[in-house]
Design a protein around this ligand. Structure first.
Ligand SMILES: NC(=O)c1ccc[n+]([C@@H]2O[C@H](COP(=O)([O-])OP(=O)(O)OC[C@H]3O[C@@H](n4cnc5c(N)ncnc54)[C@H](OP(=O)(O)O)[C@@H]3O)[C@@H](O)[C@H]2O)c1
Length: 247
């Protein structure tokens, strides 16, 4: 199957922020590759709803699955223009409880939040460079977190993985330019299944954030769409936290 439309792969796009990004890029004219670990039926239903979309299941803790995901994404339409590394996991651990942040917690979060995005970019590099030959640089957007910018967040291991993802964003922006742009969106609190019971954080955003609310997934999709559309931006970490960092 060939398409004249640009193609975007969004990891973790059956839920929350990833699903909103997929809907937004589809409405902006992209053919979309949806992906998740286990929510296969949701992914297939969303692909039917969006029209020019397919769904691929892959566990991003498994390197063979990472390689297969990119292979199947590129094979779907014979091109890949945008890779959104959205899939991520979190653990809520009080920062002062050092014993609870076990080596297993550190390595689980590191595999999904840091190693997987790097490996997907590496596997997609050739296809993303080909985008530049068609006239626009390939684009990678990493979904990190305000926790990777400020000393905050669900846990120290989570915040450290997102800081690593932000630094990787800048390093890769430098090494992959000019063919591939690499940027990140760093959300504050976003209303998704991941944060449904984070009542304390919800209160902070309602009372202290200048915008007086947490983000909707669509707010983050808007920031992603803006970076995707901006051919001169690379190496940016776009903090999208309703201004909380100013307080
Ligand atoms: N929500 C927030 O407030 C917030 C704030 C800052 C940053 N973020 C970041 O934004 C991203 C999305 O968050 P969200 O709140 O939308 O999360 P979510 O609703 O929990 O969705 C996570 C998605 O990632 C997929 N996923 C998780 N582990 C995976 C794995 N090992 N292999 C493949 N897919 C996997 C899930 O698939 P299955 O459902 O099939 O497991 C799901 O589609 C994450 O990187 C998160 O760290 C979120």
């Amino acid at each position: 199957m060939k398409t004249a439309s640009p193609v975007a792969l969004i990891t973790g796009s059956t839920s929350g922020i990833g699903a909103a990004i997929a809907r937004r890029l589809a409405s902006d004219g992209f053919s979309v590759v949806l992906h998740s670990r286990s929510s296969v039926e949701i992914g297939q239903a969303l692909a039917r709803e969006l029209g020019s979309a397919i769904y691929v299941q892959a566990d991003l803790t498994d390197d063979a699955d990472r390689v297969r995901l990119i292979r199947e994404a590129v094979a779907a339409w014979g091109r890949l223009d945008v890779l959104v590394n959205n899939a991520g996991i979190s653990r809520v651990i009080p920062h002062a409880d050092l014993a609870a942040a076990t080596p297993t917690v550190w390595s689980d979060l590191h595999e999904v939040n840091v190693v997987a995005p790097f490996r997907l970019i590496a596997e997609a590099e050739t296809a993303l460079r080909d985008a530049a030959q068609r006239g626009r640089p390939g684009s990678v957007i990493n979904i990190s977190s305000h926790a990777g910018v400020r000393p905050k967040g669900a846990s120290i291991p989570y915040a450290a993985t997102k800081a690593a993802l932000n630094h990787m964003t800048r390093l890769l922006a430098l090494s992959l330019a000019p063919d591939i742009r690499v940027n990140a969106v760093a959300p504050g609190l976003v209303d998704t299944p991941l944060t449904a019971d984070w009542t304390q954080a919800q209160e902070v955003w309602k009372t202290r954030a200048p915008m007086r609310r947490s983000a909707s997934p669509e707010d983050i999709a808007q920031a992603v769409a803006m970076l995707v559309a901006s051919d001169y931006l690379t190496g940016e970490i776009l903090l999208s936290d309703g201004g909380l960092n100013l307080t």
